[in-house]
Design a protein around this ligand. Structure first.
Ligand SMILES: *[C@@H]1O[C@H](CO)[C@@H](O)[C@H](O)[C@H]1NC(C)=O
Ligand SMILES: *[C@@H]1O[C@H](CO)[C@@H](O)[C@H](O)[C@H]1NC(C)=O
Ligand SMILES: *[C@@H]1O[C@H](CO)[C@@H](O)[C@H](O)[C@H]1NC(C)=O
Ligand SMILES: *[C@@H]1O[C@H](CO)[C@@H](O)[C@H](O)[C@H]1NC(C)=O
Ligand SMILES: *[C@@H]1O[C@H](CO)[C@@H](O)[C@H](O)[C@H]1NC(C)=O
Length: 609
């Protein structure tokens, strides 16, 4: 191959518009494909490594509660229920790890805290309301004014006709967070003492002002909406809004004729079997009620969709597990779509979704640094703080419910993430090796011909080596009848992709794709075996070629465009970056590897690597 000069890549290749890619050589996983680095860990309950991590977490929490270390919140007044949810945990309502603390100050409410204890979950309600919206089948791109004609008022400062259900669900409607609630009427004199001008009560809205007037009727509320200021243009930027969810549920109610509590039952509590997820007020006997100012027992009225639900660790465990195992919608695609960011914030690390608060961090797995995406929603009600998080990369979720001081939520949540996620990461990597993804694969299958990728009469030897380094699985060697195919791939790169991109492939990392096909393979003894063919794709570590004295050299190196390079080069209808692991459908163990572009057939693992 050396010195082979291909025809210049005009025509097809020349017409491809690809941005210039510059990759820093040392930044291994800086630009990996998003998603799991190795397959999500399975059946983690019972893993010593996880048990060690949860024991450590339990001990740490107990030290904090005992005052041996600084908790950071008043432990005598703050109760909590927390849990780790896993995509394949045996009982959906039972987290693989949970911990409950009933503070001595909690005189009222339950005296037997458990995963079924009820908490106000505040704005986690928004996740559930968005879920109702998504289930309702309404066209998200319709204007809210289509459902609520009162909003189509030409004098409105807010362009309601331009605001769609999707904008509201994604928190990019640019509308106010609240109506009425933002007024502190009871601090009126205090404001005045601090130099504010005197105003009469008639300066306030005619409803919804705590300590001045009653709650708003739907009519008053909608009238208020056409008198409110926009915060931003529709689809300009995320602006947090509680009332967006009131409006969304009004829209669903218009279409279905069902009230919010009925929608909750129809789309959520009923189908998922949730017994504690209800519109506040909840059940006093099951409630965790803190000895601080709190709104337990409140009627949130039409504000309930944005923050007025009651739930429990068991119910949120079922809900999160349904996201993780993709069962919460009728299709996997709908779940994957739900877990996508829809707008960005002013920070590199924070994105917004439907209505997820997405945090991207590289700090969680210091031994194997890479970006981990956390899809979370925080909730707050007076006396209650909560957080629910989906870490899909590991098929894991976290639920934190607290009642008492607002100081407790962050230290507890951060301690859970920091202690448990690295353990899940290690388990996933260990399992990748234990399940046989790493190893040597050679010719010898008696059933390879069933995949029609190999000429059974051809006399050719294969020897593939997959190893795991600190960062990921790596294709370390591909030998076909003594030829080093990895070296050939690097040569081929230089005359294909390399002809229009100034980057050189260094190391062939492989990452799983969520594409699995179950097939029955006839065996030589006339039996049939159920196997799963699982797609993986190669993504090379790339080095940028060339050097320059121009200013700004390397500036774009942080722009991850590796996703633009999948599936570009083919050999006889087979892409050069696709490999297929063959798994035993029952055990999930790797029983073979195919390199379709080499017509390898199924190569078998050599157990003695
Ligand atoms: C805890 O609650 C008790 C009783 O309500 C109160 O006296 C105390 O100040 C609270 N402690 C803290 C740290 O908030
Ligand atoms: C709202 O939609 C109308 C009609 O499509 C359009 O003329 C107007 O420019 C839009 N306004 C905003 C603020 O996008
Ligand atoms: C318990 O509830 C009663 C009745 O609502 C209330 O008066 C009392 O302050 C509460 N006590 C604590 C410690 O929360
Ligand atoms: C592979 O190598 C063997 C042994 O050197 C040889 O007999 C065979 O013809 C080769 N196969 C092909 C397809 O080149
Ligand atoms: C396969 O390749 C590995 C690593 O290059 C080597 O150690 C091993 O001996 C080879 N096995 C066969 C059967 O050729």
């Amino acid at each position: 191959m050396m010195g082979f000069s291909p025809p210049s890549p005009h025509g097809i290749l020349g017409s491809l518009l690809l941005p210039l890619l510059l990759f820093p050589v040392d930044a291994t996983l800086e630009c990996r494909p998003p998603g799991p680095v190795v397959p999500k860990p399975r059946h983690v309950d019972g893993y010593a490594r996880l048990a060690a991590a949860t024991d450590k977490l339990t001990n740490t929490l107990e030290s904090a509660l005992a005052g041996d270390i600084q908790a950071g919140w008043p432990v005598e007044n703050t109760s909590f229920s927390i849990g780790l949810v896993i995509h394949d945990q045996e009982d959906k309502a039972v987290p693989v790890w949970e911990y409950h603390h009933l503070a001595p100050g909690n005189i009222n409410g339950t005296q037997h805290i458990s995963r079924d204890s009820q908490y106000l979950i505040g704005s986690i309600s928004k996740v559930i309301s968005d879920y109702i919206l998504l289930r309702s089948g309404l066209d998200l791109d319709e204007s809210i004014a289509t459902f609520l004609p009162e909003l189509a008022d030409e004098n409105s400062l807010i362009a309601w006709e331009n605001i769609t259900l999707r904008h509201l669900a994604n928190q990019v409607a640019g509308i106010p967070p609240n109506y009425g609630f933002s007024e502190y009427y009871y601090l009126k004199d205090y404001f005045e003492s601090l130099g504010f001008p005197h105003i009469g009560d008639d300066a306030y809205a005619s409803c919804g002002i705590i300590a001045l007037n009653g709650g708003c009727t739907r009519e008053q509320f909608l009238k208020g909406m056409v008198e409110s200021y926009p915060i931003a243009q529709p689809a300009e930027r995320p602006v947090y809004s509680n009332i967006a969810f009131t409006l969304l549920m009004y829209a669903v109610q218009e279409r279905t004729g069902k009230r919010y509590s009925e929608l909750l039952e129809t789309y959520v509590s009923g189908p998922l079997g949730l017994t504690n997820t209800i519109v506040s007020p909840g059940d006093d006997d099951k409630a965790v009620i803190p000895p601080v100012d709190n709104t337990w027992g409140s009627n949130y009225g039409d504000n309930a969709p944005g923050g007025g639900l009651v739930s429990s660790l068991s119910d949120l465990s079922i809900f999160v597990r349904g996201i993780l195992d993709r069962s919460i919608f009728d299709s996997d695609t709908a779940v994957r779509e739900w877990l996508k960011p829809t707008s960005s914030t002013g920070s590199l690390n924070s994105l917004v979704g439907t209505p997820w608060e997405i945090y991207r961090t590289q700090e969680l797995t210091p031994d194997h640094p890479h970006v981990v995406d956390i899809y979370a929603k925080t909730g707050a009600a007076y006396g209650y703080q909560s957080r629910m998080a989906v870490i899909d990369e590991y098929g894991a979720g976290i639920v934190v419910l607290t009642a008492g001081s607002a100081l407790a939520i962050s230290p507890i949540y951060d301690a859970i993430l920091t202690t448990l996620v690295p353990a899940l990461d290690e388990i996933a990597r260990e399992q990748a090796v234990d399940r046989g993804y790493a190893g040597m694969f050679v010719d010898g299958s008696t059933w390879s011909s069933s995949f029609a990728s190999k000429n059974p009469n051809e006399d050719v030897d294969f020897n593939i080596t997959v190893v795991q380094d600190k960062d990921s699985l790596v294709l370390q060697g591909i030998e076909r009848n003594g030829t080093d195919i990895l070296a050939s791939l690097q040569e081929i790169w230089s005359v294909t992709i390399g002809a229009f991109l100034a980057v050189t492939p260094l190391k062939a990392r492989i990452f799983p794709v969520d594409i699995r096909n179950e097939v029955l393979v006839p065996m030589s003894d006339d039996t049939a075996k159920r196997v799963i063919r699982e797609d993986w794709r190669v993504e090379w570590d790339l080095a940028s070629s060339g050097g320059t004295d121009l200013p700004g050299a390397g500036l774009s190196a942080g722009d991850c465009l590796g996703w633009a390079l999948a599936d570009w080069v083919y050999y006889g209808s087979e892409p050069l970056d696709r490999i297929v692991f063959v798994l035993d459908a029952e055990s999930g163990e790797v029983i073979g590897l195919e390199i379709p572009y080499l017509r390898s057939g199924v190569l078998l693992p050599v157990k003695t690597l």
